[in-house]
Design a protein around this ligand. Structure first.
Ligand code: 1CP
Length: 360
């Protein structure tokens, strides 16, 4: 497939660990409810209808790129991590948070999942949205593809939605460890084909969201989440190589698993690791020892703190990531998704401060 030439490759260079003239910046959930233009489209269309309609997904993906032209360094395709459980045959509603009317209750329910999922057929609508968006971006910034991590998806498939305690899905790990591992691998295999398909369709970087990584004790993370994350990283690279398609950088966002950073940098197989705000960037640097680039990490609630606080905290973050040098191997972001009540002009100020304080 041929696409318009890329005019801004800052994020790709940072992801490869290179020095950059300033830190590239984007924010998780940048196409979302804090934007009035998003809410306007959303008022007319269902959530998954938007995901499944390339024209609408493209439009929403481009909204923050248009609004923050020149300030934002990547687009992320509008979709959701829960399209993978859908591809496995589960029903997912969005009202307003995710709801699975028929979650997995015991391992016997695994039988209800679709066997030998034809990922390209089930999720081809995401590929179509990616290809259209990549053309429409006209090379302004790279396009990010993504999927959820097996552990995070496993939790939704068993809990049936969001959870505070993770009681049901953690019970599975202890009551049915072997069945749990088999299911995690099965989810991982769908993620591999899904990411490869997104890259073939035009994604220039891919991110795996393990939003609930930090809910597991370190040794349980090692036992249950890490193997499926490694399987995805190596599986994607192998399939791309076999198809003669150049590799793209891979980011892992293991939210809350800050005690695992050294081990993840060593053995997970990703180019970039996303960190949340509960670790100091300088400590994160020390932990990963230059083996991977880092992404993050301001507390998303900072965007409610007013301009002075935003400027002060961005400046501090830049100092902690840069250590007085030119930024190297750092993609600036929040430590988790932007939330619906943020004033879009405060986000603009955040971007402006990043441009100012991260420059070499
Ligand atoms: O009705 C709406 O508009 C709902 C809001 C919304 C949006 C804007 C949901 C429901 N999903 C999304 C888009 C989305 N989700 C993107 C788009 C690209 C972007 O701009 O970043 C991405 C990357 C996601 C990924 C996602 N979905 C994650 C991982 C990232 C994270 O924030 O941890 C998770 C956990 C989900 C599940 C999900 N989907 C939607 C909601 C409200 C949730 C979380 C619910 C919960 O608390 O469990």
């Amino acid at each position: 497939m041929s696409f318009p030439p890329l005019k801004n490759d800052l994020i790709l260079r940072a992801a490869r660990g290179e020095e950059t003239e300033r830190a590239p910046v984007w924010v998780m959930r940048q196409a979302g409810r804090y934007l009035p233009e998003f809410r306007a489209v959303r008022a007319e269309h269902g959530f998954f209808e938007i995901c499944r309609t390339a024209e609408l997904a493209k439009e929403i993906t481009l909204q923050p790129i248009r609004r923050y032209t020149g300030l934002i360094d990547a687009a992320i395709i509008f979709s959701d991590i829960l399209v993978v459980p859908q591809a496995l045959g589960m029903e997912v509603q969005m009202n307003p948070g995710p709801h699975f009317p028929d979650p997995l209750v015991t391992p016997a329910d695994i039988e209800k999942l679709t066997k030998n999922v034809d990922v390209d057929k089930e999720l081809g609508y995401v590929y179509e949205a990616i290809t259209q968006t990549r053309h429409a971006l006209n090379g302004e910034v790279p396009l990010i593809g993504f999927c959820g991590a097996p552990w995070t998806l496993f939790s939704y498939m068993i809990e049936g939605g969001g959870t505070k305690t993770f009681q049901k899905c953690k019970s599975w790990l202890f009551l049915y460890p072997e069945e749990s591992k088999a299911l995690l691998n099965r989810i991982a295999d769908v993620c591999i084909d899904f990411l490869v398909g997104q890259i073939k369709a035009g994604a220039q970087l891919v991110q795996v969201f393990d939003s609930w990584a930090g809910e597991l004790a370190p040794h349980h993370f090692e036992e249950f989440s890490l193997p499926s994350l490694q399987r995805i990283a190596s599986g994607v690279r192998e399939k791309l190589a076999a198809a003669n398609i150049p590799a793209v950088p891979m980011t892992l966002f293991p939210k809350g698993a800050n005690s695992q950073l050294a081990s993840l940098a060593d053995k997970a197989g990703y180019d970039v690791i996303g960190i949340d705000w509960c670790i100091d960037p300088a400590d994160a640097r020390k932990a990963v020892g230059g083996k991977v680039a880092l992404q993050g990490n301001l507390d998303p609630m900072l965007l409610y703190g007013g301009r002075d606080a935003i400027e002060r905290e961005v400046k501090r973050m830049c100092e902690r990531f840069r250590g007085g040098k030119a930024p190297k191997g750092w993609i600036c972001n929040l430590g988790h998704g932007i939330t619906p009540g943020v004033d879009p002009e405060d986000l603009r100020w955040f971007f402006e401060c990043v441009h100012k304080y991260s420059a070499a």
